[in-house]
Design a protein around this ligand. Structure first.
Ligand code: BTN
Length: 326
C-alpha cells in the first residue's frame, strides 16, 4: 500500500472511517493509522474525530502527469518525455543536478513533497506534501554565462504571469526574484548554474510556488508568507496551476534566449514593490543604504545613494533588501 492510495481516498475532504479505509486498501485499521501518521510527517493536515474517522480540512487535487499534460494542450506531446513527477523527493533541484551529471540538458522535474527543499542563501524551503508546486526546469543556454544576466528576474516575471493567469492579480516583485502579495512571499526562485563562461551552460531553475499552505506548516517557515489560494479569484487545481506555470516558462525561456532580460524589463519595473522606497542592501558584511530607482537593462538593482546612483549587480543571489525608517 502506498501513501498516495490513502491520500487519493481522503482527497474528497469527507470523513472516512479507519475501518472503511482499511477495507478498501486491504490493510488493518492500525496500519491505516500508521500511514496517517506518515502523511502527517510529510506535512499533510489530517483531522481525526472519534467515531467519524479521518478527513482532510478541504479537498485536495493531487498532481497527475496525465492531467497536467492534457492541460498543457499543444505543448503536452512536446514535453511528455521530458517530464518527471515524484511523490516525495529530497529536492527537485538536487534531482536536476543528478540528471545533469547523467548528461540531461533539458528536463521538467516536479514533486508533491520535498524532504530537503533548498532556498536561497543556504536556507531550507519548507515543502509540505500536496500544498504547493515544487518545480525544477533544466535548460541549456549556448551563449555563455554573461548572456544569463537578468535570467533570475526574467523568471520572476514568468512566474508572475502564471499566477496572474491563476487569478492572483496583485503580485509584486522584490529584487532579485521574490513574488510577494502584501509583503508576504508567495513564490521563491533558486537558480543553480553550471558550465562555461563562454560556452554552453546548464541552468537549474527551481521554483517553489505556495498554492495552499496548511496551518501546520506555518511555524517552520522563517519569513512572512502567503499562498495563491488566499489571493486568487479562481478555484485552483494544482494540475492546472502547474500546466500554466510550465507554459509560461516554456514561452518565456525561448524569449529570454532570443532577447535576454530586455524583453522582461518593463514588466519587472511595473511590478517592482520596492521602487521609490529607502532600503538597505545587505551583501555579506557590506551594507548600502539608498532609494530604489528600479533595475538596469541587465537586471542589476539601481540604488540612489548619497554618492549618486549605484548599480548593484554582484552577489545577486546573496543580497537581501529591507526597508529602513529614514
Ligand atoms: C528562495 O529561497 O526564495 C528560493 C526557493 C526555491 C524553492 C524551490 S522548490 C523547487 C526547487 N527545489 C528546491 O530544492 N528548491 C527549489
Amino acid at each position: 500500500m502506498n501513501l498516495k492510495s490513502l491520500l487519493d481516498l481522503l482527497a474528497d475532504g469527507a470523513f472516512h472511517s479507519g475501518e472503511d479505509l482499511g477495507n478498501t486498501l486491504g490493510i488493518s485499521r492500525a496500519a491505516v493509522w500508521k500511514q496517517v501518521e506518515r502523511l502527517r510527517k510529510l506535512g499533510v493536515d489530517i483531522h481525526s474525530v472519534t467515531g467519524k474517522g479521518y478527513r482532510l480540512p478541504g479537498s485536495l487535487s493531487l498532481l497527475d502527469k496525465g492531467i497536467v499534460l492534457d492541460y498543457l494542450g499543444d505543448l503536452g506531446p512536446v514535453l511528455v518525455d521530458q517530464f518527471d513527477l515524484f511523490f516525495s523527493i529530497d529536492s527537485t533541484n538536487l534531482e536536476a543536478m543528478r540528471q545533469i551529471q547523467q548528461g540531461v540538458g533539458s528536463r521538467i522535474i516536479v514533486a508533491e513533497h520535498q524532504g530537503s527543499g533548498r532556498g536561497r542563501r543556504g536556507r531550507s524551503w519548507i515543502s509540505p506534501l500536496g500544498a504547493s508546486i515544487y518545480l525544477s526546469v533544466v535548460v541549456t543556454f549556448n551563449s555563455g554565462m554573461v548572456a544569463l544576466e537578468g535570467l533570475s528576474l526574467a523568471v520572476a516575471v514568468m512566474v508572475r504571469r502564471a499566477v496572474t493567469r491563476c487569478g492572483c492579480h496583485g503580485a509584486g516583485l522584490k529584487w532579485p526574484n521574490d513574488l510577494q502579495v502584501d509583503g508576504r512571499k508567495i513564490a521563491g526562485i533558486l537558480l543553480e548554474i553550471s558550465g562555461d563562461l563562454t560556452g554552453p551552460c546548464r541552468v537549474i531553475i527551481g521554483i517553489g510556488l505556495n498554492v495552499n499552505i496548511p496551518e501546520s506548516a506555518a511555524p517552520a517557515i522563517d519569513q512572512p508568507f502567503s499562498d495563491l489560494a488566499s489571493h486568487s479569484d479562481q478555484t485552483l487545481d494544482r494540475n492546472h496551476v502547474l500546466a500554466i506555470l510550465i507554459q509560461e516558462m516554456h514561452a518565456g525561456l525561448a524569449r529570454f534566449d532570443e532577447r535576454g532580460f530586455a524583453a522582461f524589463h518593463d514588466e519587472w519595473d511595473a511590478a517592482d514593490v520596492y521602487k521609490g522606497r529607502r532600503v538597505e542592501l545587505v551583501s555579506g558584511s557590506n551594507k548600502v543604504t539608498g532609494v530604489v530607482r528600479g533595475v538596469s537593462g541587465t537586471g542589476a538593482l539601481l540604488l540612489e545613494t548619497d554618492s549618486g546612483i549605484r548599480t548593484m549587480a554582484g552577489g545577486e543571489l546573496s543580497c537581501r533588501l529591507r526597508e529602513t525608517s529614514r
